[in-house]
Design a protein around this ligand. Structure first.
Ligand code: ATP
Ligand code: MG
Length: 136
């Protein structure tokens, strides 16, 4: 278990950026924390670390967004608005999450039952102006 105090959006992005060098295809990462905690910011940094230059926003309505950079595919789920597990099944979650991709899942508790066990769980908690990040 690793605990980090993150004091700015930039630092959260940098945390994701440094993780980009470590992740291997097949890695599943759960991201938990309240609305606006910084989950998407971390994914944005991760993609930046892989060389992605475009915008990264939460796929709130589409539930899933994918990126391919330097032969590495990254899938970013945001299950906040998931209505039920059937909807997740329709998206084809079992086929999407494979050994070939790196997968980030925001609000994973909404998909329990269909999601695989994560390799990492990153929990972000508000602590006044800053954030406490717990990586397990
Ligand atoms: N220390 C910090 N780390 C990360 N974000 C911060 C920090 N301090 C302030 N912020 C702000 O908090 C917001 C985090 O938004 P972000 O979209 O990353 O959250 P989220 O956890 O993905 O939320 P949601 O569940 O709504 O998708 C940004 O507006 C960012 O500027
Ligand atoms: Mg988000």
């Amino acid at each position: 278990m690793i605990f980090l105090d993150i004091y700015s959006e930039k630092d959260m992005e940098n945390l994701g950026l440094t993780q980009a060098g470590l992740a291997v295809p097949g890695t599943v990462i759960f991201l938990s924390g309240e609305l606006g905690a910084g989950k998407t910011t971390l994914v944005r940094g991760f993609l930046k670390g892989l060389g992605y230059k475009g915008p990264v926003t939460s796929p709130t309505y589409t539930l899933v967004e994918s990126y391919t950079l330097n032969q590495i595919s990254v899938i970013h789920f945001d299950l906040y608005r998931l209505k039920n597990l059937e909807e997740l099944e329709m998206i084809g979650v079992r086929d999407i999450i494979s050994t070939d991709i790196i997968c980030f899942i925001e609000w994973p508790d909404r998909g329990i039952g269909l999601l695989p066990m994560p390799n990492y769980h990153i929990d972000i908690q508000y602590q006044g102006e800053w954030r406490k990040v717990e990586i397990s």
